[in-house]
Write a protein that binds this ligand. Structure first.
Ligand code: ATP
Length: 266
């Protein structure tokens, strides 16, 4: 299963926010989308998910337009974690996670949903919070509950079909360093089980550490894409982010690039 954008445009406020983007997301891979604030990363991810409609161009799921799939089939094939999970109702963590299955696997018995919800809450380190009102959770806890909901959406459906695509918009933005690693390991595990993962990340170090492929978005266009080693060069970091080239180092053991910020104390 692939998701492909072909000459995709999304216009808003009289400008092309996503400007003639063509890209293919493959299963079995983690793709990190990086780029400056306002570059169009979230907009691109929303187009890939079908949550935003294109102005021009195509988004294809397995070579067919997204519009040819029902909402239930789309929910089984891809699940999207939005940047801010705003709720219009009060749920416990377990209830919110179980909702993930309602959109993608409506036939699944309630008891099975709860068993799966608890297993996934455990995986994201929140089983002890299952009965807690989601509104009472910290920002990092709430973000992981939403991730658990999105995981259940795919995993409940994958009992019948392939693992599907996780589309994650800044999934580690509210996490401490250990939970950042936990979430990225969960994302990698999904890819290693044959699913696809596309996620927006600001942290170039984590992007290099966990992604097979990095897509750099700049001014609504794809500026570069490839492995971390080929993409994250000093010159790219200077031209796209305006940072000094010497911030980019190469890890001795892995050969991967990493960023060492300038000491700005002096
Ligand atoms: N509905 C809209 N109307 C007008 N402009 C919009 C709309 N939605 C997004 N934009 C603008 O499009 C640009 C890209 O937004 P987007 O959220 O995709 O950026 P991003 O790369 O994800 O940024 P960040 O890193 O800050 O999350 C921004 O300048 C944003 O203000």
């Amino acid at each position: 299963m692939t998701i492909a954008l072909e000459n995709a445009f999304w216009e808003a406020g009289n400008r092309a926010i996503v400007n003639d983007v063509s890209v293919v997301f493959a299963p079995g891979q983690v793709t990190a989308i990086v780029g400056p604030n306002g570059a169009g990363k979230s907009s691109l991810l929303r187009l890939a998910s079908g949550l935003t409609s294109l102005s021009r161009g195509k988004v294809l799921l397995d070579d067919l337009p997204l519009s040819s799939f029902s909402p239930a089939v789309m929910a089984a094939r891809r699940a999207m974690l939005m940047q801010d999970g705003v709720l219009a109702a009060r749920f416990t963590a377990r209830q919110l996670v179980a909702l993930g299955a309602s959109v993608s696997a409506a036939h699944l018995p309630h008891a099975k949903r709860i068993t799966m919800a608890d297993e996934i809450l455990d995986r994201v380190g929140l089983l002890a919070f299952a009965e807690r009102d989601v509104m009472s959770l910290s920002g990092g806890e709430r973000q992981r509950v939403h991730l658990a909901r999105v995981l259940l959406q795919l995993e409940a459906a994958a009992l019948d079909t392939s693992p599907g695509f996780l589309l994650l918009d800044e999934p580690i933005s509210a996490q401490d360093p250990a939970r950042q690693e936990l979430i990225l390991r969960i994302a990698r595990a999904h890819a290693e089980h044959g699913g696809g993962v596309v996620m927006v990340l600001h942290d170039l170090n984590w992007a290099a550490a966990c992604a097979d492929r990095i897509v750099v978005v700049h001014d609504g266009r794809i500026y570069a894409q490839g492995t971390p080693q080929t993409v994250l060069s000093g010159s790219l970091v200077r031209s796209v982010f305006g940072l000094a080239e010497e911030c980019v180092r190469t890890h001795e053991r892995t050969g991967k690039p990493y960023m060492l910020p300038h000491d700005i104390m002096h």
